[in-house]
Design a protein around this ligand. Sequence first.
Ligand SMILES: CC(C)(COP(=O)(O)OP(=O)(O)OC[C@H]1O[C@@H](n2cnc3c(N)ncnc32)[C@H](O)[C@@H]1OP(=O)(O)O)[C@@H](O)C(=O)NCCC(=O)NCCS
Length: 159
Amino acid sequence: MHFDKLCANGYLNMILRDMKEADLDGVLAIERAVHAHPWTPGNFSDALRSKYQCKVYETAQRELVGYAVMLLAVDEAELLDIAIATAQQRKGQGRRLLNEMLALARKNEMRRMVLEVRASNVSAIALYRSMGFSDIGLRRDYYPAHTGREDAILMGRGL
Ligand SMILES: CC(C)(COP(=O)(O)OP(=O)(O)OC[C@H]1O[C@@H](n2cnc3c(N)ncnc32)[C@H](O)[C@@H]1OP(=O)(O)O)[C@@H](O)C(=O)NCCC(=O)NCCS
C-alpha cells in the first residue's frame, strides 16, 4: 500500500491495493464510462488470473477513484490500462496513480515502461508526455474506432 500524506484535492490518504474479483463491478462501471471500447469482464478476470499487476486506487473511505493494469516482462513494464472515474478527473489523480505504477515497476526492477494509446486520446497523451514518456512507434489502424480504425501511438520511458 502507498499513502499520500496530503493531497491537493482534499483527500488525506489514497490507497493503492491489489484488485480483486469483488472490485470488478466498480472497475467495469468506470471502464465503460471512460472508454468507447472498454475491456470486458473476461479481460479483467483473465488479467486477475494472470501475473498482471492489477491495482485499484481508492480513498481511505474506500471510494474507488481509478485503477491500472500492468504487465511485468523481464525488465520492461507494459501499462495495459489506466483510468480515473469521470467525476475525479482533472484533479491530479491520474498523475498520482501513474506515479504509483512507475514506482511499482521500479520496485520490481523494471528498466523501462511502455504503453499504447489511441492517437485521438489527447488527455492521456498529454499526461504521458508530461511524465517523461516519448513516442517510440506507431501502429497504423490498430484499434477499432466509431468509423473504421484508429492508430496506436507507442510511448515509453526509462525508469
Ligand atoms: C488519462 C486519465 C487517466 C488522466 O487522469 P486525470 O486524473 O484526469 O489526470 P490529471 O488530473 O492527473 O492530469 C494530469 C495531466 O494529464 C493531462 N490531461 C488530463 N486531462 C486532460 C484533458 N482533458 N485535456 C488535456 N490534457 C489533459 C494534462 O497534461 C494534466 O496535467 P495538468 O493538469 O497539469 O494540465 C483520465 O483522463 C482517464 O481516465 N481517461 C480515460 C481512460 C484513458 O484514456 N486511459 C488511458 C488509456 S491509454
